[in-house]
Ligand binder design. Structure first.
Ligand SMILES: [Zn+2]
Length: 398
């Protein structure tokens, strides 16, 4: 088995279809160029049958963006697949991605189909898509809430019909990591022709497990991961691309697979999406949050100033972020205060620093973050306090 994991980005399809994350066509095209710079293997550019606007954006991306495979999503319906092909046919490497549910709850309650009928439709539609392009992906929707043996039957049939990627969708974010890994192993053991297709997964984050489930799937042999920048997507979102990629990178010793992502584009990719959607990621978001490389507590700051490896497992610069931030707040220590004052050109004697530190601590009790402007005043007051004119907080001695 290859040790290369393909990164399939669906920010423009699954991500874009979530509330508040709609993008205009020009924004989608710019994002697709950004994703190509990021080095994703596949861009799912949209769902051409969903609206004329979606069709136009997918068509433009297919014509303009070079490098990654450009995929369009289509229901397992001939007219959708025809339209999808129309939109992506000018791509350097076009892919039709079609899907049909495999769970009884979806088949019975939503589509009124029997398992046998659904399987026949899936393989017929894969065959139809293969009439257009040799690169066809099939997803059993809601696979993780389906009978595993039925999922295997469907996969064997669609691979026989020409599917080159099969994508196990945890559509409702229901799976647990160890169980999902077992499902992938089961599929590899029970689908006779599985070696003829790339095994992919698509995980949702309803229980906060999308990245963990994706990593468990990789360990069990999945070699394509569907994910979104900043973890956006339906409901609680999809697996976050930057988290997955950094887990594979930082813990390469553990996962032992490669990927093709240009790490220094991770933060620019995240920032462009936040700018386009107007929705910022939470400050404590892994990898790309404002606090991901910020340290406030004295012990951590002291360690960071001595050697960044003490409290950081990856470098901010490597992923295109500005760098570590030592935030001065009430938990910070004298060492960090001195370093910041020096950076601002404020060189204090030990006595002045001691007074300034007292002033800093008392201000930090009132302010969440002490700014550079505050520090200039704190240093000045420290000097005066050392001269016996003021106390450290700036009160005049009487
Ligand atoms: Zn999805």
């Amino acid at each position: 088995m290859t040790d290369y994991v393909k990164i399939f980005d669906t920010t423009l399809r699954d991500g874009e279809q979530s509330p508040g994350f709609a993008l205009t066509s020009p924004q989608k095209v710019e994002r697709a160029h950004q994703l190509a710079r990021l080095g994703v293997d596949v861009i799912e550019a949209g769902f051409p049958a969903a609206s004329p606007d979606d069709f136009a954006a997918v068509e433009r991306i297919a014509r303009e963006v070079r490098g990654p495979v450009i995929a369009g999503l289509a229901r397992a319906v001939a007219a959708d697949i025809d339209q999808c092909w129309e939109a992506i046919k000018d791509a350097q490497r076009p892919r039709i991605h079609t899907f049909l549910s495999s769970s009884d709850i979806h088949l019975e309650a939503q589509f009124n189909l029997k398992r046998e009928q659904a399987k026949t439709r899936a393989l017929e539609m894969v065959r139809h898509a293969r009439g257009y392009t040799p690169d066809v992906e099939f997803s059993p929707m809601d696979a993780t809430r389906s009978d595993w043996s039925y999922v295997c039957e469907v996969l064997e049939a669609v691979i026989d019909a020409g599917a080159t990627t099969v994508n196990i969708a945890d559509t409702c974010g229901f799976a647990q990591p160890d169980e999902f890994g077992m499902m992938i192993t089961y599929i590899r053991e029970h689908v006779g022709n599985i070696e003829n297709a790339t095994l992919s997964v698509h995980c949702h984050n309803d229980l906060g497990l999308a990245v963990a489930n994706s990593l468990a799937a990789i360990r069990a042999g999945a070699r394509q991961i569907e994910c979104c920048v900043n973890g956006i997507g339906e409901r609680a979102g999809n697996a976050a691309l930057e988290e997955l990629v950094m887990a594979l990178t930082v813990r390469r010793d553990h996962h032992r697979v490669k990927h093709g992502i240009n790490l220094d584009e991770l933060v620019p990719a995240s920032e462009l999406l936040q700018q386009f959607t107007g929705i910022a990621v939470q400050p404590n978001k892994a990898i790309v949050g404002l606090n991901a490389f910020a340290h406030e507590s004295g012990i951590h700051q002291d360690g960071m100033l001595k050697d960044a490896r003490t409290y950081e497992i990856m470098s901010a610069a490597a992923i295109g972020a500005e760098g570590t931030r030592l935030v001065l707040g009430k938990h910070s220590g004298r060492h960090a205060l001195r370093r910041r004052l020096e950076e601002l050109g404020l060189l204090l004697t030990q006595d002045e620093l001691n007074h300034a530190f007292a002033g800093f601590k008392s201000l930090a009790d009132y302010k969440k973050e002490v700014t550079d402007e505050d520090l200039v005043l704190i240093a000045e007051n420290g000097r005066r306090a050392a001269d016996g004119v003021f106390d450290a907080i700036g009160h005049v001695y009487r």
